[in-house]
Design a protein around this ligand. Sequence first.
Ligand SMILES: Nc1ncnc2c1ncn2[C@@H]1O[C@H](COP(=O)(O)OP(=O)(O)OP(=O)(O)O)[C@@H](O)[C@H]1O
Length: 315
Amino acid sequence: MTRPVPAIDVRGLRKSFGPTTVLDGVDLRVDTGSVFALLGANGAGKSTTVRILTTLLRPDAGTVTVAGLPLPARAHAVRENIALTGQYAAIDDVLTGTENLRLAARLAHLPSAAIPGRVRDLIERFDLAHVADRRAGTYSGGTMRRLDIAMSLVASPQVLFLDEPTTGLDPRSRLVMWEAIRELADDGVTIFLTTQYLEEADRLADRIAVLDGGRIVAEGTPDELKSLVRGGYLELRFATDADLTRAASVLDGEIDRAALTLQVHTDGDLPHVATLLERLAAEAVPVEKFGLHSPTLDDVFLTLTGSTDETKVVR
Ligand SMILES: Nc1ncnc2c1ncn2[C@@H]1O[C@H](COP(=O)(O)OP(=O)(O)OP(=O)(O)O)[C@@H](O)[C@H]1O
């Protein structure tokens, strides 16, 4: 079966700024209608990639197709099919939310008759009704970001680029934003988002690519990426040191005498976990408590990039 034309296809993308190579042969494929997350630490080159894909920057080398159109040759046509919302809102502070949306609609050459209905739809979808008649300059960061996305959607783009859509937002605003992004995806808009938040990529994306050292170091579904890492274990806790010692003679694992625990590697597969517990039961070793630890994207990221700077990449 042939795969449908991808919304974004990138091969061998390179970009340097002076002596600094930022992208060193990036390959990406984003299926139409999917949510794709480009994950990377500060300075990994996420914004540079987005700027190239949205026609704002020319690559040094490589082939790039967006919405089925080659870049940079068809930049103008690509711009008509995409929208970009950045870390900094392109909003006029002195206009109200409604006025900003109307202005965006006129700039996008929407037919006049269609503008009021479109503006109403977007106000509703992005939960802006209660602030629609207030000057945008008075909005909170989260509301500002929602208006920014709403403005970029007036022209119904095929592909929406979200560069770090929730950076700087409080947890509640982040949840609202995630919901809005998922709804857009359910409507069939292809979404390319960049993030430093592992949880965000895990929650939103159908596929995730990890950018490090100018290259994609891993790409797959959240579950595929997690399966690359041996981060999963069964933690068994015992009532006495004697029980722990006996358990450790039955199962290989990491012993913590102070906590009276034994950590045994497992991929979390139910038959395997059951076998481990049955082996203890067969030797009559009583287990006080047990818990399963599944690998997280944090484990994946740290394993793949070798980064130990947790403040940068782990939230
Ligand atoms: N116009 C430019 N001139 C020189 N260097 C640049 C330019 N734009 C980006 N860089 C450098 O390229 C590297 C990647 O920057 P980029 O903004 O793409 O990273 P990022 O992954 O988006 O980071 P962040 O999460 O901090 O936004 C950084 O080292 C940055 O300083």
